[in-house]
Design a binder for this molecule. Structure first.
Ligand code: ZN
Length: 53
């Protein structure tokens, strides 16, 4: 049997930021329903790397 040490675990919270591609607003953690700044929907958000990780 071979183990897979680098297999990602589901349910584990990874440090993820979301950035609104319309206005540049950044959100930490969960993706909001819509941008609190410009009001665009969550489909306008892109995942961005978290600084410091
Ligand atoms: Zn926005």
């Amino acid at each position: 049997m071979t183990e897979w040490p680098s297999e990602p675990q589901e349910g584990e919270a990874e440090p993820i930021n979301w950035a609104c591609t319309n206005c540049g607003y950044r959100v930490e953690g969960e993706l909001p329903e819509k941008c609190p700044d410009c009001g665009e929907g969550k489909e306008m958000f892109d995942q961005v790397p978290v600084p410091g990780y």
